[in-house]
Design a protein around this ligand. Structure first.
Ligand code: HEM
Length: 366
């Protein structure tokens, strides 16, 4: 028996709730003083942001649900990639929108800014929720008041935020999925040994290119070799689990050892049929992290232009605080850092045929 309710006609306006949305631009300047022309733009831009935040949270939440299992279905990885690609397109729009707001001059803004205190972007529940869902932990946040950041919200929202803080984030879920990847068991294939040989070959090539260069002075050569030495040390520790654990404890790295090796394998052998989708997933997440960082940076630049060194309506130092978040609130930095471990395709160790076969489609003969 069908559970559908009887179909009734609907009007465009009521379907989209336009009465509420279009009736929600209440200019404080008009209410409290002289109406400032630019305030409508300011309100609409913020409202559009909040709507897009809602859509992004909807997508990220659905992707997290797909990963809340010990056995993620391959089909679901495709869905996750498509949804996160959508998120990335939305964030690109969010970055562009800053330009629209920047058609307002700093003087235009001052016509109504005084009516906004103490309202601030700090009170955007959805923005904070998104950050926490993705994996920004409270202890990693730049503290701008002696209180926890969620004291800005009402009791119900505070409870919700505490719950999300205590739950697994997208970072945790993807890390768990990476740790469980079956191809980490490479049987007789000594990936570590072969990879280190390839690294040595790559570094030797770089060293001889420096030494043979006609353009570099002896001093520059010495400096470059010293830098190359640092990379060398970096690679030596790649497979040192205890060292990796120490970096985690010192807060320098977040991604677990096992997940890091899995991400490295996925990137190096991302052309193998079974690894193509996981590789796209890692790339789309890394891209999302880059785009969010770009948004933070563009927003900070706009704040600099609008306010100079004035403090924010929410009580932070303004531009300075926001620039700090650009670097410190990045969540998937370890995913970007996998690139440090990559070696040229020509040096990547060949997989033994049996392993290659398990990473391909089973009906193929190698
Ligand atoms: C004239 C335009 C804008 C100015 C001058 C401005 C200024 C600021 C300042 C100074 C802060 C730091 C917190 C404070 O002390 O108040 C801040 C934070 C924030 N703003 Fe804006 N903002 C503007 C537009 C926007 C827009 C369009 C959005 C979109 C939703 C937005 C979202 C946020 C968010 C989410 C934060 C918190 C950032 C964090 O803590 O990482 N802002 N803004």
């Amino acid at each position: 028996m069908s559970t559908d309710k009887k179909y009734s006609a609907i009007h465009y306006h009521s379907y989209l709730g336009l009465e509420k949305i279009l009736g929600a631009q209440n200019c404080r300047s008009k209410e409290l003083g002289v109406e400032a022309h630019e305030e409508t733009l300011f309100i609409i831009v913020h409202q559009v942001y909040e709507l897009w935040f809602k859509q992004i949270i909807h997508e990220v939440d659905s992707v997290m649900n797909l990963f809340k299992t010990n056995n993620v279905d391959e089909k679901n990885i495709d869905i996750a990639v498509l949804r996160l690609e959508r998120v990335n397109e939305i964030i690109k729009l969010l970055i562009q929108q800053i330009k629209v707001l920047e058609t307002m001059t700093p003087l235009d803004f001052l016509d109504f800014r005084s009516y906004l205190f103490p309202a601030s972007g700090f009170q955007s529940f959805q923005f904070r929720k998104l950050e926490v869902m993705l994996g920004l932990k409270i202890e990693k946040r730049i503290a701008y008041t002696p209180h926890k950041y969620y004291h800005e919200f009402d009791t119900e929202q505070q409870k919700q935020m505490e719950h999300i803080e205590a739950s697994e984030s997208l970072f945790d879920l993807v890390q768990g999925w990476l740790e469980r990847t079956p191809f980490l068991e490479t049987g007789d294939f000594d990936f570590k040994g072969k990879y280190m040989e390839a690294v040595k070959k790559m570094l030797d090539k770089e060293k001889s290119a420096i030494l043979q260069s006609d353009y570099l002075s002896e001093q520059e050569k010495e400096m470059r070799l010293r830098m190359n030495g640092d990379t060398d040390t970096f690679f030596i520790h790649v497979f040192d689990e205890a060292y990796h654990q120490k970096l985690i404890e010192e807060g320098k790295v977040k991604l677990s050892f096992k997940a890091t090796i899995a991400a490295l394998l996925i990137q190096l052998y991302g052309n193998e049929p079974i690894l193509q989708l996981p590789c796209r997933l890692l790339n789309v997440i890394t891209e999302m992290d880059t785009l969010l960082t770009n948004w933070r940076y563009s927003h900070a630049q706009m704040v600099m232009r609008m306010l100079g060194k004035k403090t924010g309506t929410g009580g932070s130092s303004g531009f300075e605080y926001l620039m700090e978040t650009v670097k410190k609130h990045q969540i998937f930095l370890d995913f970007h850092n996998i690139s440090t471990l990559l070696i040229p395709r020509s040096e990547v160790p060949d997989l033994p045929p049996t392993l290659k076969r398990t990473l391909g489609y089973y009906y193929n003969h190698i």
